[in-house]
Ligand binder design. Structure first.
Ligand code: PEP
Length: 250
């Protein structure tokens, strides 16, 4: 099955509104091939400005988190409806920085996934093992637990409703990338888990992104792997030249 590659940029806690707008415009100017999808996830404060800047380019706007409720007493959270109001269509959930700096667990992440879907946002569910877990040969066990718990009770009508991102924690922001073989091995494993959870067409059509120090130099090799359907990019997404090169992977 042909899966449309998705290149997603996670801008994390970077950029003022003006900087975000400038970055978004520069990415648009470099052009987007129409055989792939591109998403950028700016800070919440810049989302509306970025949506305006990318309008008509085909670039999608995503959020870096989302609450499961539409509104109410949830101090510090952001509602899916508020995000949509600012032009957002996707949400990165369970990012390792949310899990390991802010203590988000699988139960909370599962609520966020359900909430995003309920309001029509596409969750990009991130899973990934820590270095000590890989060294203890617990990678598959950790990933299976994160995926099963994160998707508990989540039914899908089509493969477009969800994206999974494999991001080994030891490769995020460290300059260390999983080897092609390490990444491909995990993607095959994640696909097999998805086949246990969803009917064949959906499991086969779901996109599994790789994330962890993806840059303009390693993207071609990573994207050359059959089971790597895209990239979730942090640091290299903040520079329009490098992000555009990643978008235009060969
Ligand atoms: C990320 O933030 O999801 C990420 C993969 O960051 P980096 O590309 O900087 O490793």
């Amino acid at each position: 099955m042909q899966r449309k590659p998705l290149i997603a940029g996670n801008w994390k806690m970077h950029t003022t509104i003006a900087e975000a707008e400038k970055l978004a415009r520069a990415i648009c100017e470099n052009g987007i091939p129409n055989d792939r999808e591109v998403m950028v996830a700016p800070p919440f404060t810049a989302m509306k400005a970025v949506s305006g800047a990318v309008a008509g380019s085909g670039i999608l706007v995503g959020a870096q988190n989302v609450c499961w409720e539409e509104k109410g007493a949830f101090t510090g959270e952001i509602s899916p409806v508020m995000l949509q109001d600012a032009g957002c269509v996707m949400a990165i959930l369970g990012h390792s920085e949310r899990r390991h700096i802010f203590g988000e667990n699988d139960t909370l992440i599962n609520k966020r996934v359900a909430g995003a879907l309920k309001f029509g946002l596409v969750p990009v569910l991130c899973i990934g093992e820590k270095l000590e877990e890989r060294e203890a040969e617990r990678t598959f066990q950790v990933l299976e637990e994160q995926l099963r718990k994160g998707l508990e009770g989540i039914s899908l009508k089509s493969a477009d409703e969800l994206v999974v991102a494999y991001e080994p924690v030891w490769a995020i922001g460290t300059g260390k990338t999983a080897t092609i073989d390490q990444a491909q091995e995990v993607h095959v494993f994640v696909r097999s888990l998805l086949r246990n959870l969803y009917e064949k067409n959906i499991a086969t059509g779901l996109r599994i992104l790789y994330g962890g120090s993806v840059n303009s130099k390693n993207v071609d090799d990573l994207m050359g792997q059959e089971d790597i359907d895209g990239a979730l990019v942090g640091g290299a997404a903040l520079d329009s030249t490098s992000f555009s090169r990643i978008i235009n992977f060969k």
